[in-house]
Ligand binder design. Sequence first.
Ligand SMILES: [Zn+2]
Length: 257
Amino acid sequence: MIIDTHAHLSDEKFDTDRSIVIERAFNAGVEKIVEISCEPQYWDKALELLKHDNVFVAFGVHPNNVEKVSAEDYKKLELFIQEKKCVAVGEIGLDYHYDPSEQTVVFQKEFFAVQLNLAIKFNKPVVIHSRDANKDIVSILKDFKIIPKGVIHCFSGTPQQAKEFVDLGFLLGIDGPLTYKRSEALKQTVLKAELSSLLVETDCPYLSPQKYRGQRNEPSYVVETLKEIAAIKNIVFEEVLKITTQNALKLFNLEEL
Ligand SMILES: [Zn+2]
């Protein structure tokens, strides 16, 4: 069973053929998809996607959107998180890439903590977005008495940083960029990581694997990342598939649904 644990199918880039893309994924052996809905304007569209049997959703506010969100949106978020098919809170976190000003950082940290508390309150795992911010993410998580389970989405960092997250109970989300030639450091990290700490995700429509580079990414392409992990670790594809799928089922409690 293949699972794409991180898709953005509500994105406008799928407006003309969303159902076809989902069908194509299911026909290609993808059995479950976790839609990540992290902008309030797309929340209703994500709810709509739940009519598909094997599509699940994570609701949250992305760090780059926290400034645009109203108190009313947060009330809505709290309700949406309680949806049966909402399997996580995310993606939430810190992104210092575009605006590392102190004011923005303080704001992002505040709403990261607010949403971590929501995840704890409703006993959901978290999907964490960390860009140029691994150190602060680790220190914020360590401040929590109860640290939720979760995944570091599109992990990029050193084996040491990977270990820090794994020690906190987190999985590492691996995406299409693993298949790029220049991703030597990430390949090293994946080589050193245990399969039991990896999840595969597409982040579609973004981050297309090498084979489809320059094109829109979609859930069926997650197989490219699975193949690359098998090649790096020099183990059979089926083993990578089996363990990463188990990891996903367990983290998001998908078998219960
Ligand atoms: Zn994403």
